[in-house]
Write a protein that binds this ligand. Structure first.
Ligand code: GAP
Length: 461
């Protein structure tokens, strides 16, 4: 299937079936922002639950945090974002579309280094810009490149009209909230190095180009874990985290052949090592998650700018040091897109064709759908409703009596529901059993109503 075709189908399915809606659609949309629909929010919640369990619940030395979106503006000076968090931008002189120059160059197999100065990237772009076509109008007539800062500004707490001189920022990454709470956590949570702080929360970036659906948005949710370790022990922890993060995706049911490692060749000056886990999206292998060895840069910078002591005193050895950090960082909707692409399948059975999202039961937004065979038979409806009430005490379950059973199966296949339960006349008249239909094999078996909870407990681990 062609790239555009597969993406178009996925975007269409996400809208049609209530996973992802373009933001503010009734007003014509709002670029690079998306809303999650009824099934999208379930999928996102399942991803977040799996991550939180994997990080916080299953590790005795990782604790959670929920820091605020707004922080003191000095945080972003200390982190280097105010001076250095910028992407190269050029504008098409014909249609005025703005594009990210490193992406335009990538499309013609020229690779810019993200550390390049404005002058350097202008030179590289100048050498190639005749070959670069505007993605909107196809012309090659470009302005010079400017480096555009990605931090989103706000007037929060500033009641003057010239607030842009003194802005505050919506956080560009969640981890800064972790660094500035390092001391608070240390003093309150009885943790000892090595330990980690995990956080899930919104981040905002003025991304120049809004391409590839929810892959890159201006408002997104990050799941970041910062692991504080003794200097000299960081690379050992780094390797362990690389292995653990890889396994996380396999445990979610992502196909291993669609994952690969990408080593960063051009590291920022303080980083010791940086790898991305890439996923094979319909538009190619692209970054899913970053695993970074960040040295002591973050705590050192915040100590310097805040004039606070952010060192750690080892209670066993009495050694004092600034911990080094191993970071794992990923976007919720990026995993969502990977999970949907990975699960998407079109299947032909003779004349019949179906679209199916083969999510693992853990990720599936709805675990079980319950149907009465016919809508106009009150005894079937009442029985099915009773089963639905019972199962939804434990799982996210849907009741559906619309249209015929075939149509209901199609709908559940498209939202990735692993099991459908149908109540028919045999249920009532014969043996109190129901049909359980499995999504992938489409096999059906009869199970006693009283055994359903045990059966699904086993299946939906
Ligand atoms: N604290 C490190 C950090 O933020 P990053 O590589 O800029 O590093 C980490 O971002 C992860 O956050 C990415 O791997 C991606 O999953 C997600 N992410 C970054 N920008 C995003 C965007 N504009 N839209 C959606 N997800 C994004």
């Amino acid at each position: 299937m062609a790239i555009e075709q597969k993406m178009e189908k996925i975007v269409g399915l996400c809208k049609r079936r209530g996973f992802v809606f373009p933001s503010s659609e009734i007003y014509g949309g709002f670029a690079a922002i998306y809303d999650l629909g009824p099934y999208g929010v379930e999928l996102a919640n399942n991803i977040k639950k799996a991550w939180w369990k994997n990080m916080v619940q299953e590790n005795e030395n990782i604790v959670g945090l929920d820091s605020a979106i707004f922080m003191h503006p000095k945080v972003w000076e200390a982190s280097g974002h105010v001076s250095g968090f910028a992407d190269p931008l050029a504008e098409c002189k014909k249609c005025h579309t703005r594009s990210r120059v490193d992406h335009l160059l990538e499309d013609i197999n020229v690779f810019a280094d993200e550390k390049m100065s404005e002058e350097e990237i202008n030179k590289l772009f100048g050498e190639n810009k005749d070959k670069v076509k505007c993605p909107s109008c196809g012309k090659s007539d470009w302005t010079d490149v400017v480096k555009f800062n990605l931090l989103v500004q706000s007037n929060l707490g500033n009641f003057t009209s010239d607030w842009t001189k003194d802005p505050v920022y919506l956080r560009g990454e969640t981890c800064q909230g972790i660094y500035i709470n390092f001391k608070n956590v240390l003093d309150s949570a009885r943790v000892k190095v090595p330990f980690g702080i995990a956080q899930i929360g919104k981040a905002f970036r003025n991304e120049i180009t809004a391409r590839q659906f929810i892959f890159r948005t201006r408002e997104f949710e990050q799941m970041e874990m910062q692991y504080f370790v003794k200097p000299g022990e960081d690379m050992e922890h780094y390797e362990q985290w690389k292995a653990r993060r890889w396994k996380f995706y396999l445990d979610l049911g992502i196909k291993e052949e669609n994952l690969k490692w990408h080593k960063h060749e051009h590291l920022v000056f303080y980083a010791k090592e940086a790898y991305d886990i890439e996923y094979n999206f319909p538009f190619g292998f692209k970054e899913l998650e970053g695993v970074h060895a960040r040295s002591d840069y973050d705590l050192t910078q915040h100590a310097k700018f805040s004039k606070q002591d952010l060192s750690y005193l080892d209670p066993m050895t009495n050694e004092r040091y600034v911990p080094h950090i191993v970071e794992t960082s990923v976007g919720v909707t990026r995993i969502m897109l990977a999970a949907i692409c990975d699960a998407y399948d079109e299947e032909k059975n003779g004349e019949d064709e179906r679209i199916v999202l083969r999510f693992s039961p853990q990720l599936a937004p709805i675990k079980i759908a319950v149907f009465p065979l016919m809508k106009n038979k009150p005894e079937l409806v009442a029985k099915a409703h009773g089963i639905y009430e019972e199962l939804r005490k434990t799982w996210r379950v849907e009741f559906d009596d619309n249209g015929n059973v075939g149509k209901r199966y199609r709908r559940q296949d498209e939202i990735g529901t692993p099991f459908c339960v149908t109540v028919d006349f045999d249920t009532i008249e014969k043996d109190n059993t129901v049909t359980v239909r499995e999504r992938d094999s489409m096999e059906q078996k009869r199970i006693k109503i009283e055994d359903l909870v045990t059966y699904f407990t086993e299946q939906i681990k």
